[in-house]
Each structure stands twice: as C-alpha cells, then as structure tokens.
Design a protein around this ligand. Structure first.
Ligand SMILES: *[C@@H]1O[C@H](CO)[C@@H](O)[C@H](O)[C@H]1NC(C)=O
Ligand SMILES: *[C@@H]1O[C@H](CO)[C@@H](O)[C@H](O)[C@H]1NC(C)=O
Ligand SMILES: *[C@@H]1O[C@H](CO)[C@@H](O)[C@H](O)[C@H]1NC(C)=O
Ligand SMILES: *[C@@H]1O[C@H](CO)[C@@H](O)[C@H](O)[C@H]1NC(C)=O
Ligand SMILES: *[C@@H]1O[C@H](CO)[C@@H](O)[C@H](O)[C@H]1NC(C)=O
Length: 516
C-alpha cells in the first residue's frame, strides 16, 4: 500500500529499462486494451506485449495455460490471465547481485505506481507464485531469493521503515519523497522511501521466507547471506515495540519509534506529537501504522500480531537448520511467537455488543478496543489464510459474521459489491481484495461464487483488480495498477483450482446485462 498523502507521484520510467517502444504501465493500464473478452463484461487484455514484460517465467505461463483450460467462464478466464502474472509482467524493476558478493541475488520489486519497494507489498506480490515453485533451480526461485535478500538488507539497515529505495547496485537514483517527516530512529533517505512502522512487514518477510522454504526445501540458502542477521534485527525491534508506555514505577518510557508528518490527513501522522497512544504490556508488539499505511487507533494490531506469531513460529524451523545460527535464535523465535499468541488470547478476544466473543482489530492493553476490520491483509478476515487458526475456530467464525455485515463500521454494501473497505479511501468504497479474501477463507460454494462474481463485475471493463470500488457505481474506483491485489486474485484462482476445481466450471455471467 502507499500513502496518498505526502507523496509526489512520479511517472515510472519502465521504458528506460525495457526499450523506448514500451509504454509505462501507469498509462497502459488506464486504457482498455484489445481484444476484449467475449462475455458480458467485455474485459480488456491488460498484459503488456511480451517484449515489455519485466520478468518471464515458463512455470507461470504453463500454469496460466493450464488453469485457463479449466475455467469455463470467458470473463473469469480473462481476469485470471491478466492478474496472475501482473507482478512479473510489470513490477520487477531490477535484478542483480550484491556489490560485495556476486552469489547474493537481489531483486527490486516496485509496488506499482511508485518506484519504491514496500516490504509488505513485495512479499505479497511474489507469494502467489509459490504455487508453481517446485525447486530452487528456476529463475522464479532466484526471484524469491532476490526479494528475500534485499528485504533482509533493508530490515537490517532500518527495521522501523516500510518502503525502500532502489539498491545502489541498480544504478537507479533514489526516488524523491516530497513529504516532511520527523522520525526516530533517524534513517538514510538514500535507503528509505517512507518510514511508517508496520508490524506486518516483519510478518511479510518471514512469510516469504517460509513460502520459499516450504516450496523448495532449500534451507541452505538462508545460511549464506544476511537472513539470520535480519531475523535478529526483527526480533530486537519487536522487543522494543512490546514495551509499555509506563515503567513499573509509573514513569513514562520514551518509545523506540516516533513519527510525525506534515499532512492533511489525520491518519498520516501519530497522535501525541508522534509517540502514539499509551499502551499497556500485553506480549503483543505495537504497530503504529496499519497495513494500509494509515495510523492505528490502538497500537496492538491483532491481525498483524497473528501474522508475526505464526511466521516466527514456522520460520524457526529454518533457523534450526542454519549451520552458524546465532545462539538460541530458533528458541527465541518460538518464545516470542508463543508470547504473542498468549497476548492475543488474553487481550485480543473481546465481547462484541451482541455478547459474542470476537477478535478486536486493535487493542491497547488497557481495555481499549477497536471493533472493525480493514480490507488490507493482514486483516481479521484473513486469519485462517495467515495460518494462524482454523477456519472453523469459534471466535473466528463469530468475528467473520461481525466483519461481513453492517456491524463492521467498514462494511460497504451495495448492488455491485459487498465487501470490507478501508479508512485509507472512504466509507462506501468496497475493496475487492476483501471479497477475494472472503472466497479464500470459505468452504461454502455459494459464498465463494457470490464473492467471485462481485469481483468480476467490479473491474469497470479494465480486467484488473482495483483498490476500491464504489459499491453503488463501479465506474468510480481507485488505483489502476495495484499488483498486490491482482496477484491475490490469481492466487485465489490457483487455490480454487486446487481446492474447489468444480467451481471453475461455473458461469459467472450476470443474469441480465448490466449497465455498459
Ligand atoms: C521476456 O521475453 C520476451 C520475448 O518473449 C523478451 O522480448 C523480453 O525481453 C523478456 N523480458 C525479460 C525481462 O527478460
Ligand atoms: C557485504 O556487506 C554487508 C553489509 O555491509 C555485510 O554484512 C556482509 O558481510 C558483506 N558480505 C561480504 C561477502 O563481504
Ligand atoms: C526443477 O523444476 C523444473 C521445473 O519444474 C524441472 O524442469 C527440473 O527438472 C527440476 N529440477 C530438479 C533438480 O528437480
Ligand atoms: C496492564 O497490564 C498488566 C500486565 O499485563 C495487567 O496486570 C494490568 O491489569 C493491566 N492494566 C489494565 C488497566 O488493564
Ligand atoms: C474444522 O473442521 C475440520 C473438517 O470439517 C475438522 O477436521 C477439524 O477438526 C475442525 N477443527 C476445529 C478446530 O473444530
């Protein structure tokens, strides 16, 4: 995600890298390119010409060809073929090796319309391709390693920051960021693009590490470069962000991270002159910013802590196998994971107005709680997708009912799409990402079909997943190039092909022809 405030949008210079005849995807994706699909939705073909794609993978092309054969609906098929490869097609801005080690692969993945690499987005952008990653020999495997290595470098240099500049090895100049910020710890503008501390960045790094390891079994890779040092950096920052606002004697403790920005938006800076709202000790770690890049109401994000706990625990299995792992690293990862899990159980589960026990979105450890969900992942809706709990967990099922209805202040309902939105845009703007997540966390065929239909009818003919869509007017949407959401749609189809192949044989056409 990116903050719309305080950022100067610069047109991407993809053409410089790929040859002058290639249009930048910012403009390419604003045109409904032919040929249109032949269903009611007449979806554009939005893949760039082969010579303009930023990465080629025969594994991904084979999967597209195969899954397209399994999809009956021509519009659904088009949306899949546009979206699944979108990160590879458009966002792999540079690949190379580290200046001081030619064995250390690096990959710089942009979030879409800004020439910077977000830790969270890049992890989620690459994640869908784990479905076709069989071993460590492919170029695709090299891409995973390149992203993990570059994320590790960033997390060692500035663990409190969320978006980063191109590595010096790329020869690309740092992107200008027009924002005015006062942040501690201080950071280097040649390395960092924005410094919103978002706990799910740690979750994203560990999730991608887990994905690569689970798909390839290549534990050796993690011992060769900076991975263990990055995990240590993550653990140290996590520890600092678990500290309460007041010490045992009541004295105020200055937090490790503070952030103030000159902004028009209340969610673009932190309260109390940048230190945020007081918190009590819970075992969870603070996330002053959300996965939307908006500031939190209460700092203990339950979904971000779920994600961190789950992936600290599962990547401890990698640390177990490192020949030169720092003393006690794996044990520390498991301990922190368990303490966070206990903190969520004790502080993150609260009583909803109807008396049922649900997960709060955010808490402060004093009894303050925020009952809502935001579409950005990690969300409460995504808890089983994160692997934190089982779909049929009772508290999760209660929470799901709460989230997917009018009790959630960010539920956006309407004739075209019914999904969770985000304060990042506005009330009434449903996020297709949340309808995708609804399908991925459901076993109910009708619920899945309904959610997929809503996403399919929400693209305004562009055949790409938008950030948000007015639930009463699909021509009113935000963000034309959002590779994370595109990839997630592809991931959902790959998941359905595996888990519910009969659903891909359904028609997703409307009963009547909707407005043009
Ligand atoms: C991808 O393949 C096309 C040919 O199909 C080629 O023109 C293009 O340069 C390749 N892209 C990359 C990044 O290698
Ligand atoms: C390369 O540089 C990094 C960061 O300064 C350092 O940690 C690493 O050990 C170096 N690698 C080699 C092979 O010198
Ligand atoms: C790795 O996967 C590729 C593509 O699936 C396959 O062609 C190759 O034989 C595999 N290599 C090994 C060592 O298993
Ligand atoms: C603050 O946290 C401590 C330790 O977890 C707990 O004993 C105490 O009751 C909490 N304070 C409030 C006001 O909830
Ligand atoms: C959830 O449902 C599955 C299958 O329906 C079952 O195997 C599993 O034990 C259930 N888990 C819980 C926590 O109830």
């Amino acid at each position: 995600m990116w903050s719309s405030n305080a950022i100067v949008l610069a047109p991407l210079l993809i053409g410089r890298v790929l040859g002058q005849s290639c249009p930048g995807y910012s403009s390419y994706s604003q045109v409904r390119n032919p040929p249109l699909s032949t269903g009611a939705y007449k979806l554009a073909y939005q893949r760039p010409a082969p010579e303009c794609r930023t990465f080629n993978s025969s594994l991904v092309e084979d999967a597209i060809a195969q899954v397209k054969e399994d999809i009956y609906d021509v519009d659904l098929s088009r949306l899949f073929e546009n979206t699944f490869p979108n990160t590879l097609d458009t966002a792999i801005k540079w690949r190379g090796v580290a200046a001081n080690n030619t064995e250390e692969e690096l990959a710089f993945v942009i979030t879409g319309d800004i020439n910077a690499m977000w830790i969270r987005d890049s992890a989620n952008q690459i994640a869908p391709y784990k479905a076709v990653l069989k071993n460590q020999t492919s170029e695709l495997a090299s891409l995973f390693r390149g992203v993990i290595n570059l994320q590790a470098r960033y997390l060692i240099l500035s663990p409190y920051c969320n978006a980063f500049q191109p590595p010096p090895e790329s020869g690309m100049p740092p992107e200008q960021n027009g924002g005015v910020y006062a942040v501690t710890p201080a950071y280097d503008h040649n390395v960092v693009f924005t410094c919103n501390f978002e706990l799910d960045d740690f979750g994203g790094f560990l999730q991608l590490s887990h994905d690569y390891y689970a798909a390839t079994g290549d534990a050796g890779f993690f011992g060769r470069f900076q991975w263990a040092a990055a995990v240590q950096s993550v653990l140290a920052a996590t520890e600092a962000m678990r500290q309460p606002t007041y010490g045992p004697d009541g004295r105020w403790l200055r937090p490790a991270y503070t952030f103030q920005s000159q902004t028009m938006s209340a969610s673009g800076t932190l309260a109390n002159n940048g230190v945020g709202m007081p918190v009590n000790y819970t075992g969870m770690a603070r996330s002053p910013f959300r996965p939307s890049d908006d500031s939190a109401l209460f700092d203990f994000s339950v979904p971000a802590n779920m994600m961190l706990s789950r992936y600290l625990d599962s990547t401890a299995a990698i640390a177990d196998q490192l020949p030169n792992a720092p003393e006690g690293l794996a044990a520390q990862m498991r301990d922190v994971a368990a303490e966070i899990r206990e903190g969520i159980a004790e502080w993150g589960v609260v009583e909803a107005p109807d008396g049922r026990r649900v997960f709060a979105y955010e808490v402060d450890g004093f009894g303050g709680r925020n009952l809502m969900d935001d579409a950005n992942i990690p969300s409460l809706l995504s808890a089983p997708f994160l692997g934190y709990l089982d779909k049929n967990d009772t508290v999760y099922q209660n929470t799901r009912e709460f989230i997917l209805g009018r009790s959630n202040p960010w539920w956006c309902e309407g004739p075209y799409i019914n999904a969770v939105g985000s304060p990042h845009v506005r009330p009434g703007a449903a996020w297709p990402m949340s309808a995708i997540m609804r399908a991925m966390t459901s076993d109910d065929d009708m619920e899945i079909i309904t959610a997929v239909k809503e996403v399919l009818r929400s693209t305004d003919g562009y055949g790409l997943i938008h950030e948000s869509v007015n639930s009463f007017d699909t021509s009113d949407w935000t963000r034309q190039w959002f590779t994370w959401a595109n990839g997630l749609f592809g991931q959902m189809i790959m998941d359905l092909a595996d888990r519910k192949p009969h659903l891909l044989k359904e028609s997703f056409q409307p009963f009547f022809i909707e407005k043009d």
